[in-house]
Design a protein around this ligand. Structure first.
Ligand code: GLU
Length: 637
């Protein structure tokens, strides 16, 4: 079995040239060689890479923790059979290598995730969680690898001694917010059903790159330069910074022998090598012995973690004469529910008759979008939490996106303004019952990575994966055997409400409880033709709660405005959160903000750093797009 994949291995050098546009050209052939060696390493045992000159690019200053690095204009990609879209060229390459070797979409996603753990450590990894929506040609399945709260955690986890919610940064850095990582066991579960290549083979690219080194990307360098907490963790400080404490620059060849060793064990022994034994002990030690902010993770939490295979949440979305079917994760993610709620609410406003204005969403459309989003987010704040702890409203999450319910909600929107003075959660399904929950206040989040894959069998997936904040809990796990590096732990528990109850004393649905999964915004999405069942699109984005807006924009752009995936991704970003309408800084016509303000919007123009990856069917095959606001690329054939 193992020799077949290598024979099938091919490289798309045309795309690779493009993929490496942001990197030092001298590095490219060496990385190529290392990845070949890594893939062959399982069988051939040799790596053949010469030393690499460090590049001296000065990282761009950035304003947000997971803010913009450098925006590039991606060309968009076309393919007929199979493709991988991921947030870093090395990760995309690893996934594509698996497809080319005869692998499935799940095989590719596993290889991508392992490389992302190494090359995009700020966003996702084996220390975090993920959601994966899979289509096997007939059925859609939703794999939930979300972190869980440790058994010792309770509703007061993020309260200070005087009972007030603690500051976000105080909660994030250290062991307190570390949830039980779920991505690896979730991928292993998906692989048992949908994998075609041997599990161990999927780890070869990441192991090779971790052992031999990879070029620090411009984005990683920029985020390291802006980071202030990571240096305080001794393992991370020794790995990400030089001995003078300066962050590595773009192009620096960084080796992570500890991660290579851990991944080698996982490749050979399976996910128990992470979740039990010496690696699990190192995780627990890092969390519980954190000097200023220890957490509650125990060995038993890690050993007991299980991913959940859920029914996907699917909702019809009609754009005459077609009806699409949007499928994504049900709770604990709020992603698909809120995206569907916004898009379907817009159908009960004049939005559908509004085309792009000079190539971008105009003020009239943005007003309607922002109002629809306010309604959807009010429901999200009230209802969405881990379904093992919180029942769906009137017994079914789909009640939140039923047409009659949304039509009644949309009636409150004035098409020309002014903005709705106040927005509250609705009462879907059972209007007479009082609402049991207090709304959860919005909490800022950053991080995450999105992967979309289509394989030669027409099977596809959308997977969004995260360690929550940029660089997660700023805790790097190392077994202490003398190897440098390791992997970062998530701070996913900060996705719970810090306040367990509202001002009226009602509980918040998404409060911390032992064993519970925090509510997410991640929205890995598959879109189908509702009549034929044919897959139309796979997509998603990082961005915290803004994920919902980024994903809604991409879907609307492709499905309603008829744009290519790349053009839809390139549209300026916008969002609505807690009464503020956000516009991507410098991207909208100046009149847009003025019109919105005249209608009562509080407008804020900021960098909105989406990381969308989208694959979509076209009349001539497939098209792919990756977000030039980050470093994603698509490879396919
Ligand atoms: N932790 C967030 C969630 O699951 C994602 C964080 C991000 O994308 O920045 O919704």
């Amino acid at each position: 079995m193992a020799s077949q994949p290598l024979q099938g291995l091919r490289w798309n050098f045309g795309s690779l040239t493009m993929a490496w546009r942001a990197f030092d050209g001298t590095l490219r052939p060496c990385v190529q060689q290392r990845l070949h060696a890594a893939l062959g390493g399982l069988l051939l045992g040799t790596a053949l890479c010469a030393s690499v000159q460090a590049q001296t690019t000065t990282p761009a200053a950035i304003a947000q923790p997971e803010g913009a690095s450098k925006i590039v204009q991606n060309p968009g990609w076309h393919f007929q059979k199979q493709a991988v879209a991921a947030a870093n060229p090395l990760a995309t390459e690893a996934g594509y290598a698996m497809l080319a070797a005869g692998g499935s979409a799940v095989d590719a996603a596993i290889a991508v995730q392992m490389v992302l753990s190494l090359v995009e450590p700020q966003s996702s990894g084996i220390g975090g969680g993920a959601f994966l929506v899979h289509f096997d040609g007939k059925n859609v399945q939703a794999y939930d690898g979300r972190e869980t709260a440790p058994a010792q955690a309770g509703p007061d986890l993020f309260l200070t001694t005087d009972g007030k919610p603690m500051a976000m940064k105080q909660a994030i850095v250290g062991g307190r917010a570390v949830g039980v990582p779920g991505a690896l066991r979730m991928l292993a579960l998906a692989h048992t059903t949908h994998g075609k290549l041997p599990w161990a083979f999927l780890f070869a690219p990441a192991i090779g790159l971790a052992r031999d080194g990879f070029a620090v990307s411009p984005r990683l360098a920029a985020l390291l330069a802006a980071e202030t907490a990571l240096q305080k963790d001794p393992v991370a400080a020794a790995y990400f910074y030089d001995i003078q404490g300066r962050p590595w620059q773009a192009g620096h060849l960084l080796r992570n022998p500890e991660l290579a060793a851990v991944l080698q064990r996982v490749a050979t022994e399976g996910p128990d090598a992470l979740m039990t034994g010496e690696v699990a002990q190192a995780m627990v030690k890092a969390v519980r012995q954190h000097p200023s902010n220890p957490g509650l993770l125990q060995l038993s939490d890690l050993a007991a973690y299980r991913p959940v295979l859920r029914q996907p949440l699917c909702a019809n979305y009609a754009i005459a004469p077609k009806t699409y079917r949007l499928c994504g994760m049900p709770p604990p993610s709020s992603g698909m529910l809120t995206v569907a709620s916004i898009l379907k609410t817009l159908d009960f406003t004049p939005a559908a008759s509004l085309p792009l204005t000079k190539g971008q969403p105009g003020a009239d459309w943005l007003h309607l979008y922002s109002e629809a989003a306010r309604l959807a987010f009010a429901d999200r704040a009230a209802y969405v939490a881990d379904p093992a702890f919180t029942p769906a409203p009137a017994g079914d999450w789909l009640n939140l996106v039923q047409p009659a319910y949304l039509q009644a909600r949309a009636a409150a929107i004035a098409p020309q303004g002014p903005v709705m003075p106040q927005v509250q959660a609705g009462r879907p399904g059972a209007p007479q019952e009082p609402l049991s929950w207090a709304p959860m206040a919005e909490q800022i989040e950053h991080g995450t990575s999105h992967i979309s894959v289509l394989d030669r069998w027409g099977h596809a997936l959308a997977m969004t994966t995260t360690i929550e904040d940029a660089f997660g809990a700023r805790l790097m796990v190392n077994r202490g055997g003398g190897l440098a590096g390791g992997f970062l732990l998530n701070n996913q528990l900060t996705d719970f409400s810090f306040s367990p109850e509202g001002a009226d004393g009602k509980p918040v649905a998404n409060r911390v409880q032992a064993g519970k999964r925090p509510r997410s915004s991640m929205a890995p999405t598959l879109v189908f033709d509702a009549d034929s069942g044919a897959l139309q699109l796979s997509g998603g984005s990082p961005g915290g709660a803004f994920i919902i807006h980024f994903t809604a924009k991409a879907l609307y752009g492709v499905l309603r405005w008829g744009l290519s995936p790349q053009a839809a991704i390139d549209l300026p970003n916008f969002a609505s959160m807690e009464g503020t309408t956000f516009l991507e800084k410098g991207r909208f016509a100046p009149a847009t903000a003025a019109v919105l303000q005249a209608r009562g919007h509080q407008v804020l123009e900021i960098a909105l750093t989406s990381g969308l990856q989208v694959l979509a069917r076209t009349p001539r095959g497939w098209a792919g797009g990756a977000d030039g606001r980050r470093e994603g690329v698509v490879l396919g054939d």
